[in-house]
Design a protein around this ligand. Structure first.
Ligand SMILES: Cc1cc2nc3c(=O)[nH]c(=O)nc-3n(C[C@H](O)[C@H](O)[C@H](O)COP(=O)(O)OP(=O)(O)OC[C@H]3O[C@@H](n4cnc5c(N)ncnc54)[C@H](O)[C@@H]3O)c2cc1C
Length: 407
């Protein structure tokens, strides 16, 4: 007899079919674990190919254990960016302090990983590409849960039905919007906007980060190796989110140029490079906070459900750990409703602790007033003499159960 209702999910004969929207970090990580537990997985990505680029990201605490269990820790160790120094500059370009990167980030030197975002995405993709169906250059147009599964219409016109759908489509998730409504309800704006792009390394920088600050403005140059690869970062305080600029790259460039007009150090050259950059990534520093991460047969993972913002440095770690926990919950619960409830129950506290890092000083790298900047600088001068490389409890505040698919 063909099973009906919730129990149809895990039929003893048919594989559970899962569609994941988004092929960046959380999507391929989830695909890996779902495939391991016997699901037939499809990933749809709106870009034409795997997206490269992005500022280097951190993998810490519980997420290190996730990548170890995936068998990709050695590859990621090879890709690790071993930054040696983080130098802070005053508005006139003079040096405030030069400290160890882990002293600033609160990580554990020797254990935590910092890799190019594109390298992490490529390693994850390489791990699943032969086992999982990828549909690039496409996206979900409509989701209909009125039948026995989720009927999906793709932008390409294709129609298919899946047992479950997961939105791994980032902070501005379309999946979330179609299920729960506009982003504004869930977006906690943190008062900053940022632009990231690459530019030629004409500064002789090598394995180091240089961060310039003025009140409410920061400019960073990050040389991740000793070659030409240089990541530029311009961050600024903006009381209200510039919603119009979010959809318009020309408006983004104009806004950044206006904010940094007249700034010292290498900032004018950076603004010029931003104008020419073909890889500009502009966004607000914000978090996604939702009362629930699923509705019916559709769930959310990673930034789509609980973006913590770059200020925490925990976006990719939450994405990796969240993907593991969601797949684990589905592997051990026959009923998807129970699985999604278990996922939320077991991950919510971890997410809350990491999102709370922004309220506990994570933004002190970007003070908005002259007084706060001077306090920050005094703290940094203290770090030079008392380097502290302790882990933040939030990074490891998740118990990872063994991954045990149902027999
Ligand atoms: C190109 C790129 C550069 C980034 N650079 C930085 C950075 O410099 N600093 C930083 O802090 N964070 C950056 N991020 C975000 C960072 O990767 C995430 O915070 C974190 O890794 C969580 O990953 P995620 O997979 O949940 O979401 P994301 O990494 O945001 O990935 C979402 C994926 O979904 C795809 N997608 C979006 N909408 C749809 C749709 N409708 N249909 C199908 N696919 C869709 C996107 O193309 C993307 O591949 C970047 C993300 C991308 C995609």
């Amino acid at each position: 007899m063909k099973p009906t209702g919730p129990s149809r999910d895990v039929s003893t004969t048919a594989k559970r079919t899962v569609l994941i929207s988004g092929a960046s970090i959380s999507g391929p990580a989830l695909a890996y674990w779902l495939h391991r537990s016997g699901c037939a997985v499809t990933v749809v990505e709106k870009a034409g190919a795997l997206r490269d680029g992005g500022y280097p990201i951190d993998i810490r605490g519980a997420a290190i254990e996730v990548v170890r269990r995936m068998g990709i820790l050695p590859q990621l160790r090879d890709a690790h960016i071993d930054s040696r120094r983080c130098t802070f500059l005053n508005a006139d370009g003079s040096e405030v302090a030069s400290v160890s990167p882990s002293a600033v980030a609160g990580g554990v030197g020797g254990q935590d990983l910092e890799v190019r975002r594109g390298d992490l995405a490529a390693v994850l993709y390489g791990k699943v590409r032969d086992d999982v169906e990828f549909l690039f250059n496409d996206s979900i147009d409509t989701l209909d849960q009125s039948g026995q599964g989720v009927d999906v219409t793709f932008h390409s016109g294709q129609r298919r039905t899946f047992d479950l759908v997961v939105g791994a489509d980032g902070m501005h998730s379309q999946t979330r919007e179609s299920l729960f409504g506009p982003e504004e309800q869930f977006h906690r704006y943190l008062g900053y906007c940022f632009a990231i792009f690459t530019m030629p390394n004409t500064f002789g920088l090598s394995h180091e980060l240089v961060l310039w600050n003025a009140p409410g403005k920061a400019a960073a140059l990050y040389a991740v190796g000793d070659n030409d690869e240089l990541h530029a970062f311009l961050n600024f305080h903006q009381p209200e989110p510039p919603f119009d600029a979010l959809r318009n790259p020309d408006a983004q460039r104009d806004l950044v140029a206006a904010v940094f007009a007249g700034a010292g150090w290498e900032v004018p050259g950076m603004v010029g490079a931003m104008r020419d950059a073909d890889d500009l990534f502009f966004d607000t520093a914000g978090q996604i906070r939702m009362p629930h991460w699923s509705s019916g047969r559709v769930a959310l993972v990673g930034d789509a459900a609980y973006a913590p913002s770059f200020l925490t440095g925990q976006g990719s770690s939450l994405a990796l750990a969240g993907a593991y926990m969601l797949a684990g919950a589905l592997a051990t619960n026959r009923d998807h409703t129970a699985a999604f409830a278990a996922y939320e129950r077991d991950v919510r506290e971890f997410v809350a602790m990491n999102q709370a890092l922004v309220d506990n000083g994570a933004a002190t790298l970007f003070p908005t007033t002259a007084r706060a900047l001077e306090q920050r600088n005094a703290m940094l001068r203290g770090l030079v003499t008392m380097p502290s490389a302790t882990a933040r409890p939030a990074h490891s505040a998740l118990t990872l159960p063994a991954f045990a698919p149902m027999p």
